[in-house]
Design a protein around this ligand. Structure first.
Ligand SMILES: C[S@@+](CC[C@H](N)C(=O)[O-])C[C@H]1O[C@@H](n2cnc3c(N)ncnc32)[C@H](O)[C@@H]1O
Length: 454
């Protein structure tokens, strides 16, 4: 390899990097599985509600202020904001994940309307079942892509189909209640499958340890009632703050929010962007996208979801696409960073020739930072002065080339206008890869990047 690679020290002011064990304050997404509403959807990329609470307390966020999460995901930031009476804005580009987030933020649903739907489903179940089974050529594969068919016993999937049909035909008086039932059915999907559908991978060939088929209708009834109880609990615990705050959830890309969020209107940003670790958010939600009919195949997923998300996986890039060069505005503003990225991309392009999988990590890297530049610019624009943006993220080492995402984001932010950045290491990660010489030996970490706008 002929070119020299920039050293991390080019960017890093050692004094800005603090290492602390903050796990007791920051927790993990598993914490969310124990608390009302947060636990409705196990999003593998989510952060702990405790981290959000801790950050709000540290920043002294008060009622009436506005917090913005440009990568809202399952709405962890917004749910905490709402329970504390703080206004929030959430942006999410994945249409299915957005639907889940929206439903999780509706706490003012009518219990009576939910019970009416549950009763309607129970009393129409047999007749709907009869109707379906007596249809000429009733085949589950006519209703669902193969992946879904392989994840359930025939009986369970037939029952899920009945639930879906009754749901789709039902005339809800309000979207709020419709959204609630949408989440109940979605939450059932992984729990009652007979295959290994745990996150992040779906392995239809692999049976679950406890793979006996569960009764979909019984589980639906249990879950719907448990989730109604959750609404009561969260309302009880946030009773002083009820209706005291406003929440704007937007389905769009954080790359351009100019139609939705005014300049200097946000008091705080707390977010966790996709990491540069080849995690394809659209693919990981395949089961749900296929079940609900958002998509029928890979191409649909690409058009409906993959293309809308910022680049963070090799499945989003193509060598035939000329867009995977550094944007000129980005390189004009941040020459130091873009030189580093170009240099690392060159190294990855060379490694690709000799490594297994021939992964397009070089293009993924360029696409990731082109997108991140635009998103950081939007974050800067919407923030008021004397505020902070907190980014929780991990670094990565595709083909062993270390990409210090935290430092690069801090440097880009300062070129855009942020006055300074600091980094706190939250935890080390990925050490198990050290044991496998096929992977890499770079020690990875998760950090918090704090950007100051003065
Ligand atoms: C790390 S996850 C955030 C999880 C969230 N903190 C939670 O607790 O659920 C990143 C999210 O960014 C979303 N995303 C990816 N590209 C986006 C874009 N261009 N604009 C907005 N959201 C995007 C992904 O769909 C994913 O839900």
């Amino acid at each position: 390899m002929s070119r020299e690679f920039y050293q991390l020290s080019l960017f890093t002011d050692e004094s800005t990097q603090k290492e602390e064990n903050k796990s007791e304050y920051w927790g993990t997404f598993k914490d969310n599985l124990r608390v009302p509403v947060h636990r409705w959807f196990t999003y593998p990329a989510g952060f702990s509600y405790k981290a959000v609470e801790y950050a709000f307390q540290q920043f002294n966020l008060k009622k009436g202020m506005v917090v913005y999460d440009p990568f809202m995901g399952s709405a962890t930031t917004n749910i905490v904001a709402k329970s504390q009476g703080i206004n929030s804005i959430g942006v999410e580009a994945h249409p299915f994940v957005y639907e889940i987030a929206k439903a999780k933020m509706e706490w003012n649903i009518q219990e009576k309307a939910i019970i009416t739907f549950i009763n309607h489903l129970n009393s129409n179940f047999e007749s709907k079942s009869h109707q379906l089974r007596t249809r000429e050529e009733f085949l589950l594969s006519n209703y669902f892509p193969e992946l879904v068919v392989r994840c359930y016993s025939e009986k369970t999937l037939t029952n899920l189909l009945i639930i879906r049909e009754v749901f789709n035909e039902y005339k809800f008086e309000n979207q709020k209640e419709r959204g609630f039932i949408f989440v109940v059915i979605t939450a059932l999907l992984r729990g009652i499958s007979t295959a290994a559908t745990g996150w992040p991978y779906i392995a239809p060939k692999k049976a679950k340890v406890t793979s006996e088929g569960k009764d979909a209708i019984l589980e639906f009834n249990k879950l719907a009632r448990a989730m109604l109880q959750d609404i009561k609990e969260i309302q009880y615990f946030s009773k002083q703050n009820q209706n005291a705050s406003e929440h704007d959830l937007i389905l769009c890309s954080a790359k351009n929010v100019s139609h939705y969020i005014h300049n200097h209107s946000v008091d705080y940003i707390f977010t966790s962007p996709p990491y540069l670790n080849n995690f394809d958010y659209s693919d990981r939600t395949r089961l749900e996208l296929y079940f609900w009919g958002f998509a029928k195949n890979w191409r649909d997923i690409t058009n409906q979801v993959r293309k809308k998300l910022m680049t963070s996986a090799t499945t989003q890039v193509s060598r035939n696409d000329p867009q995977y060069v550094i944007d000129s505005e980005f390189s004009d503003h941040c020459p130091k960073v873009t030189d580093f990225i170009n240099s690392a991309a060159f190294q990855l392009q060379e490694l690709r020739k000799i490594k297994a999988g021939k992964k397009n990590y070089d293009l993924m890297l360029i696409g990731y930072f082109n997108d991140m530049y635009k998103i950081l610019k939007e974050c800067y624009r919407v923030l008021k002065y004397n505020t902070q943006a907190i980014f929780i993220l991990g670094d990565s080492a595709p083909y062993g080339v270390h990409i210090p995402t935290d430092v690069l984001i801090g440097e880009i932010a300062c070129s855009i206008g942020f006055s300074s950045y600091s980094i706190e290491v939250l935890r080390k990660r990925g050490d198990k890869w050290k044991a496998n010489p096929q992977r890499h030996t770079v020690s990875l970490k998760e950090s918090m990047v704090i950007l100051e706008k003065k």
